[in-house]
Design a protein around this ligand. Structure first.
Ligand code: ADP
Length: 274
């Protein structure tokens, strides 16, 4: 009970406070940099299809202006129109993806479920992309023995199959692509396998994040939205999507969805920033 002395400990927290403030500032700067980078990539991507479109339309206009008679070079006009049409399509797909992302972050991606066959849908997408597959030198095969039926949103699953197939065509040009649709433990399983550039191991966990693109493929173009939207659509159906990839050897994307009920799942809106 005898007081021998006392000790007082004080800690100068100025430094710690400064460190924390500095870290917050750095995070903010990173976010702003990421946003600016995205805006610059996005505007570049949105603008790119417009240049050939304008050129082709100008050329068409000249041809028509200089040929008031009925001797128009119909074949050339048709070819140019086809290029213009493809570019407009590309642009509207990009804009549609951006709109989907804002729908998702506002919790407005709703499913319109109806009975459908996933195997038939996969076949339809493969046929739709047959000309493009031939153009990039990909032999696309589909393995789907029986109908795979479920209660899903057809337009949204079309988007998923299209995203996975067009990625395989883009990153696996010149190599075979194999799609497989099957039932496994009551789940519908769709896989898309390519033998393309693959994805670096460190990027694999991030490719489903919005605006993320693997470092290996800066020259391919794209906004890094397709897989994010794909994952959101599959999760809204109560399913999962996974990737297995070996850099330099290829990638396999696998989607698993339960047969589905009538109950629609609406995605939760993004949590508001703290
Ligand atoms: P992007 O429009 O950039 O292709 P995605 O969201 O579809 O956007 O894909 C995100 C990233 O994942 C791509 O930028 C690419 O790095 C990688 N990726 C997606 N699919 C493949 C694939 N089949 N092979 C290799 N890399 C892929």
């Amino acid at each position: 009970g005898k007081l021998l002395g006392f000790a007082k400990v004080t800690r100068d927290i100025t430094q710690r406070k400064h460190t924390q403030e500095r870290r917050e500032l750095e995070l903010l700067r990173d976010a702003v940099r990421a946003r600016d980078e995205f805006l610059s990539v996005a505007s570049h991507e949105l603008k790119t299809p417009l240049t050939p479109l304008q050129l082709k339309l100008t050329a068409l206009l000249r041809v028509v202006e200089n040929n008031p008679s009925a001797t128009l070079p119909v074949e050339r006009i048709a070819r140019d129109l086809e290029v213009a049409r493809r570019q407009v399509r590309k642009l509207s797909d990009l804009i549609e993806d951006l709109l989907d992302v804002s729908r998702i972050s506002m919790g407005q991606l709703r499913l319109d479920r109806a009975p459908m066959d996933l195997a038939a849908l996969a076949r339809e997408v493969v046929v739709r992309y047959a000309p493009q597959s031939a153009q990039v030198g990909c032999a696309v095969t589909l393995e789907a023995a029986t109908p795979i039926e479920g209660n899903w949103d057809r337009a949204r699953l079309d988007q998923v199959v299209t995203n996975l197939l067009t990625n395989a065509l883009k990153y696996g040009a010149g190599k075979p692509i194999h799609l497989r649709v099957r039932l496994d433990s009551g789940l519908a399983v769709l896989s898309v396998k390519d033998e393309g550039i693959g994805i670096p191991h460190e990027d694999q966990p991030r490719v489903f994040d919005r605006f993320v693109r693997a470092v290996s493929e800066r020259n391919y173009g794209g906004l890094g939205l397709g897989l994010f939207i794909t994952q959101q659509i599959i999760e809204a159906h109560g399913g999962v999507v996974q990737v297995r990839s070996i850099p330099g050897e290829g990638s396999t994307f696998t989607v698993m969805v339960p047969p589905g009920s009538d109950a629609d799942v609406t995605l939760k809106p993004d949590a508001p920033p703290e």
